[in-house]
Design a protein around this ligand. Sequence first.
Ligand SMILES: C[S@@+](CC[C@H](N)C(=O)[O-])C[C@H]1O[C@@H](n2cnc3c(N)ncnc32)[C@H](O)[C@@H]1O
Length: 446
Amino acid sequence: MKKNRGRTGRKRRRKHLQSFMNGVDCSHKLEYIKLKKWLKDRGFEDNDIRPAEFWDTGRGLMTTKALQAGELVISLPEKCLLTTGTVLSSCLGEYITKWKPPVSPLIALCTFLIAEKHAGEQSLWKPYLDVLPKTYTCPVCLEEDVVSLLPEPLRKKAQEQRTMVHELYVSSKAFFSSLQPLFAENTETIFNYSALEWAWCTVNTRTVYMKHSQRECFSLEPDVYALAPYLDLLNHSPNVQVKAAFNEQIRSYEIRTDSQCKKYEEVFICYGPHDNQRLLLEYGFVAVDNPHSSVYVSSGWICRLKDTLLRYFSPLDNQKNAKLSILKNHDFLENLTFGWDGPSWRLLTALKLLNLGEDEFNCWKRALLGDVISATNEEQTLNVTEKICLFLIEETQHVLLQIYRLKRDKENLKNHLTLVEALRLEDLKILQKSAEILCNLKMATT
Ligand SMILES: C[S@@+](CC[C@H](N)C(=O)[O-])C[C@H]1O[C@@H](n2cnc3c(N)ncnc32)[C@H](O)[C@@H]1O
């Protein structure tokens, strides 16, 4: 016992804790050994980056040496990239070139992924396909019961995503059938809806941006995708900056970090300054303490202001409909948010306008510009903003309770429910921070 109390004990404990925080190196696993060999055969030079499992972000890449800002993280030769060029030079090429109306670059990539997965051992891309996720957590893959627990406007976008992928499937069916001469099995079995959903999520969550010139055999949608094996194991952090681009001179896709990274830590890239709703919609995950995140006061909610919230305003406010029209006409009913630094300027301005007294109504233009109209107006606005914030906290807690119950009762939905729970917990943190800020503001102004 005593042994552990000294400097050596502290060191050992720190080391133990550190090893838990770091990822578990997976490079010895057969699938990664095969992938590395496949990449080397295509000119990839191995470096100090290893695939690893991290307790918080799942599978990602770890560095075995400290990285300095500006240093190259990874360089992937063109031969390793999967682009529409790859698809056109495969046996699918002549079918794509013949097909009218032309298919999109996205459908071409999805078709290739499905066909290669079906080819199994015969596929030249097998080592890559073997490390791709088997399932995804983008909203298109979520059950309706889980989607209904998402906050607005994400819920609506999730439904739109589902409709869009379904329509893509229906509109591609005839093209898939045209590929029958290439397969012994019925193409309807190979190119079924769940295969397309998997391929669509693969392209949507894993491609890097790489602009290709427009080809006549494709529809007019931009051809900007490249699947980049191994490099696509890099997870997102909102707190890092990287430079990612195709280097035309050496014909390699390169990623350079602009942030330092310690030895044995996870190397991150930044997928963009996305809030958590966008991360869940596009990539199927949420980032903890995401500085870009905010909680939306949905337009549905603002419309409910008429019935619910207007009770906080004067019930005798004859101008309330006129005020709501002004907000609508000036695009002040969307993008009203609470963030880590409190209510957004847009939300405060909209509420300021709704709080104008009868004799202040003619000041609505100044209110929209953010001018102080009166001390009473300022005070009432803060009161109402706080009430909305507290109401949203209650609503979020209520949904979290529903999620806990569902997690207990529906084992099969557990993973998806955990994802929505993570989003709602982040929202709760933002709202609680906003409530604290509002409370301090109120104290400072009274
Ligand atoms: C380009 S891949 C990155 C590698 C991926 N983790 C894998 O195992 O294949 C993008 C996906 O990784 C996951 N991801 C990326 N960043 C993450 C993060 N910070 N936390 C949790 N999951 C993350 C999401 O599922 C996302 O769709």
